[in-house]
Design a protein around this ligand. Structure first.
Ligand code: ATP
Ligand code: MG
Length: 448
C-alpha cells in the first residue's frame, strides 16, 4: 500500500475524551472513530488489525476441530424466554420491537440460538462430540462504556459452544479450549493468564478467564508470580489426546491465579510472600462448563445408545476479538506510539523514502515494494513529499514493527537502513539482504 493512496487520518492532538493509552493511540493512529457511545467505526488500519486477530482465532479453532458458523445478531425473544434469560439478563440486553410488535433483541451471547439449532438436528449420541463457534458482533448496553473498544456496547466476539454426551467429554472440550486459547493469545504476542473466575449470567461452575496483565485493566487479580514464566510455545499438541490436554490445563492452572470474585485470602497467604502478586488485568477471554443448564431448559436431548434420552452437556467459550486490539496496545507501546507484535501488525514493514522524487530513491523503494509483495508480505510505502521527521513520527505512531529508510546517502553505498520499532536499533543492509532479513523475521508468522 502506498501511503499517498491510503486513508490514515492521524491526529496530532491527544484526544481529551480518552483516559487510557490504547484508546488514545487508537484514535490518534486513525484506527477507529466513535460513532456513538461505546460504538465505533473501524477505519482501514484498525480493520486490518481486527481481521488479523480474527484470522488467528479461526486458524487456532480449526486446529482444535471446532466448526465455524454464523448466527444472526437480531434474535427473537421467544428462545430467551424458554431459557429464562429474557428477564434475567436485565438492562444490558438491547430490546427491540419490530413492526409487528414482536419482541426481538440484539444478541449479547448465543447459547439459546445454538441450542435451538442443536435440538432441531441432533438426536443421537453418534453425532457427538460437536463444537461450533462464530465470530460475530454482540451488543451489551453497558452502563459505563469506556476505554474505547475495551468496554464497548457493540463489540466483536468469538463465541463457541460444545455439545457432549457426558460430563467427562464436556470437560475434555473445556481443556481443549483452554489449550487453543493459550496458543491463540501467544500468536498475538500476548501473555494471557487463565484465572479461576466467577460465571456471571452465563451460569455454571467451571470457568476460567484469560487475563492480560496491565495497569489499566478493570479486574483486580491475585497470582503466584511463577505463573508468568509459563509459555505454551511451539510444542505439538494432539487435541484428541485427553491426557495431553489435561496436563496442559494442570500446568497452567495449578498455581494460584484468581480474579477478585474468587480470590481467597487464606489460600493466597500460603504462597511464599515474595511470589505473591496483586495486579490488574484485562479480560480477553473466558471458558465455561455449565453442564445441562440450557439443554434441560430447552429440551436438547439425545438418545444415549442405551435406550435412554439424556440432556447434553455443554460449555461456552468467548474471546473478545475487538477488545484484544486495545489489550495488545496496552501491553505493547511506548511514548511514540503503538508497537505491533509481528503476528497482528497491519502491515509487515514500512518503507520511508527520504527524498521522494529522487530517481534512485524512488527506484529503490519501488524495487523493495515489489520484492516484499512477491514474497507474500504487505509493505506500507510512505511516498508522500513530507519531511523525514514527519514520516518517522507517523511510522512510530502506527507501530509497524520494522521500518526501512531509503535515502541518497545510503544508496550511494548500496545500502538502506532497517530499524526495529521495539528496540530502536538499526542496521545497514543491501536491498537484497534487507528483503531476505524481513522475510525471515515473518516466516514463523505466515499462514496457519
Ligand atoms: P466483562 O466481565 O469484561 O464485562 P464478560 O465476562 O461479561 O466481560 P463474556 O461473556 O465472558 O464477557 O464475553 C467474552 C469476552 O468478550 C470477554 O472475555 C471480553 O474479552 C469480551 N467482552 C465482553 N464484554 C465486552 C465489552 N463490553 N466490550 C468489549 N469486549 C467485551
Ligand atoms: Mg467473561
Amino acid at each position: 500500500m502506498r501511503l499517498s493512496r491510503y486513508f490514515l487520518p492521524v491526529l496530532k492532538e491527544t484526544p481529551s475524551e480518552a483516559q487510557i493509552v490504547s484508546h488514545r493511540l487508537m484514535l490518534r493512529a486513525g484506527l477507529i472513530k466513535q460513532a456513538s457511545a461505546g460504538i465505533y467505526s473501524w477505519l482501514p488500519l484498525g480493520y486490518k488489525v481486527l481481521k488479523k486477530i480474527e484470522d488467528i482465532v479461526h486458524q487456532e479453532q480449526a486446529k482444535a476441530g471446532h466448526l465455524p458458523m454464523l448466527m444472526p445478531t437480531i434474535q427473537s425473544a421467544d428462545l430467551w424466554r424458554e431459557s429464562g434469560r429474557y428477564d434475567a439478563y436485565g438492562a444490558e440486553m438491547l430490546r427491540i420491537t419490530d413492526r409487528h410488535e414482536r419482541d426481538m433483541l440484539f444478541t449479547p451471547t448465543a447459547e439459546e440460538l445454538i441450542t435451538d439449532i442443536f435440538r432441531a438436528h441432533v438426536t443421537s449420541y453418534k453425532d457427538l462430540p460437536l463444537t461450533m463457534y462464530q465470530i460475530q458482533w454482540k451488543f451489551r448496553d453497558e452502563i459505563r462504556p469506556r476505554f474505547g473498544v475495551m468496554r464497548g456496547r457493540e463489540f466483536y466476539m468469538k463465541d463457541g459452544y460444545n455439545f457432549d454426551l457426558t460430563k467427562e467429554d464436556a470437560l475434555h472440550a473445556y481443556n481443549r479450549h483452554l489449550v487453543s486459547y493459550l496458543r491463540t493469545y501467544e500468536r498475538m504476542g500476548l501473555q494471557a493468564i487463565p484465572m479461576r473466575a466467577d460465571s456471571g449470567p452465563i451460569g455454571g461452575d467451571d470457568t476460567h478467564e484469560f487475563l492480560v496483565l496491565a495497569e489499566t485493566g478493570e479486574s483486580e487479580v491475585f497470582y503466584d508470580s511463577e505463573i508468568t514464566d509459563l509459555r505454551f510455545g511451539d510444542r505439538a499438541i494432539d487435541y484428541d489426546d485427553r491426557a495431553q490436554c489435561q496436563s496442559v490445563l494442570e500446568e497452567f492452572t495449578s498455581r494460584y491465579a484468581r480474579t477478585d470474585e474468587t480470590h481467597d485470602a487464606a489460600v493466597f497467604a500460603q504462597i511464599p510472600v515474595e511470589r505473591q502478586r496483586v495486579a490488574r488485568g484485562i479480560e480477553v477471554g473466558q471458558i465455561f462448563y455449565f453442564g445441562t443448564k440450557y439443554s434441560e431448559a430447552m429440551g436438547a436431548l439425545v438418545d444415549d445408545g442405551q435406550g435412554g434420552r439424556v440432556p447434553v452437556h455443554m460449555g461456552s467459550h468467548g474471546i473478545g476479538v475487538s477488545r484484544l486490539v486495545g489489550a495488545i496496545i496496552e501491553a505493547s507501546h511506548d511514548d511514540n506510539g503503538i508497537i505491533w507484535p509481528e503476528g497482528v501488525t497491519p502491515f509487515h514493514v514500512g518503507i520511508v523514502n527520504l527524498k521522494q522524487g529522487d530517481a534512485s530513491c524512488d527506484a529503490a523503494c519501488n524495487d523493495l515494494y515489489k520484492a516484499f509483495v512477491s514474497n507474500g508480505l504487505e509493505p506500507l510505502y510512505d511516498d508522500r513529499t513530507e519531511r523525514a521527521g514527519a514520516k518517522f513520527a507517523t511510522m512510530d505512531l502506527i507501530g509497524l514493527p520494522w521500518r526501512i529508510t531509503v535515502g541518497p546517502r545510503g544508496l550511494a553505498g548500496d545500502t538502506v537502513e532497517l530499524t526495529c520499532r521495539r528496540t530502536g536499533e538499526s542496521e545497514e543492509l543491501s536491498l537484497a539482504a534487507v528483503v531476505a532479513r524481513v522475510v525471515e523475521i515473518y516466516a514463523p508468522h505466515m499462514g496457519a
